[in-house]
Design a binder for this molecule. Sequence first.
Ligand code: LLP
Length: 408
Amino acid sequence: MTDSFHCEQIPYSVLAAEYGTPLYVYSQQAMTAALNQYQQAFAALQPLICYAVKANSNLSILRHFARLGCGFDIVSRGELQRVLTAGGDAKNIIFSGVGKSCAEIEWALKQNIRCFNVESLPELERINTIAARLDKIAPISLRINPDVNAHTHPYISTGLKANKFGIAYQDAIAAYQLAATLPHLQITGIDCHIGSQLTDLSPLVEALERMLLLVDKLAALNIHLEHIDLGGGVGIVYQNENVPDLVTYAAAVKRLLAGRHLQLMLEPGRSLIGNAGTLLTTVEYIKHGEEKNFVVVDAAMNDLMRPSLYQAYHAIVNASQTSADELTADVVGPICESGDFLAKDRTIAAKAGDLLLIKSTGAYASSMASNYNTRCRAAEVLVNGAEYKLIRQRENLTDLLSPEKVCL
Ligand code: LLP
């Protein structure tokens, strides 16, 4: 069992000693359990669960979800390449995102992906033109912005009028009518994604209700859809949040879809991987500043952007049998920015050399990592019971410097 000292059956200290820190560690059982919760809750609807690759795009993690029957939600040529390399089936790949380039569309069409989630009228035209050139028919779904308030952090809320995502609700019918006139498009569905880390179910249900009104209007215009995609967004517990209950969510969806012949699709990311991951970091120094104490660790904002970017909370526990006294401190990294913090005003017992666990870092941690301050990106390890494997080696300075040229 995963606890403060172990990931499944492996002590965190063993992994830190073998691979060094900072280190991302993932529990395969936790990933499987999270997916099982979706599969069981929604079983009656037989959904296609398309894992949102952006949450964590490590090839082994993609392979794991592919083996368990997932499709994939991708947003770039790079993510498409990852899914195919990991053994994912193109037939179960949907392509989201507001800025698909011509090259990306062409590549995805050639791979025969399941569907493009189209976000604008110019994108419709662009896909039609490229499909015509390739003598193909592109399956498309329109991402509609249902204009509901997801009540989440503004940076990760996407379903409001002011957001750049999707086609405005009041323009949706006209957009479908345009799509229906474009000969190299095949309309297959409707899609929305209203935001991430949602703690309340009601906006998700409200969005579905608003989408179904459109489905009915379209049917009256003889535009019939095969699928409805509700996006991702289900929140996870980082601290003590209430999170949507999947069984309740599934029951609401089932009630609203009853009697309709619409295949359900979902695009969960965070809720499949977020709580399966832990970032291991070592304390470098305890520093007593004039106003504050600092626990200076070897992980930084380049390894975990979420606290700096969204004021996100991640629980931190000490995995060493520490002899230190408790103190209240900011947990900070070595990067030369005041915004480089992993936690603010935490009460923690720690001394130099202790191993800390930054919890709930499976999603949007390694996938958002950067090389700022010329820091090598951390290694990643996947644990399964009593076994573990290195699924990404630590970057080294040759990896970092070799693309650059000194030519002066
Ligand atoms: N589908 C689409 C079209 C999306 O844009 C996203 C996430 C998802 C699905 C998956 O959403 P999830 O189930 O993970 O909530 N970096 C931020 C989160 C950004 C989410 C972007 N889109 C964070 O660290 O909180």
